[in-house]
Design a protein around this ligand. Structure first.
Ligand SMILES: [Zn+2]
Length: 52
């Protein structure tokens, strides 16, 4: 069973194995459904961390 994680940018639940990207911020790892979501997170990590 794959671990499910939440994409902090769009709020979608994804499987860790099928994530299109990941980013580490302040000791936490975030996973994204698409490269676009990762880009958004990378440009404004604080904005999305609040929601995560
Ligand atoms: Zn997404």
């Amino acid at each position: 069973m794959a671990e499910r994680v939440k994409d902090p940018v769009c709020g979608m639940e994804i499987e860790k194995d099928s994530a299109k990207g990941s980013a580490e911020h302040m000791g936490k790892t975030f996973y994204f459904c698409s490269p676009g979501c990762k880009e958004k997170f990378d440009s404004e990590p604080m904005k999305y961390m609040e929601k995560a």
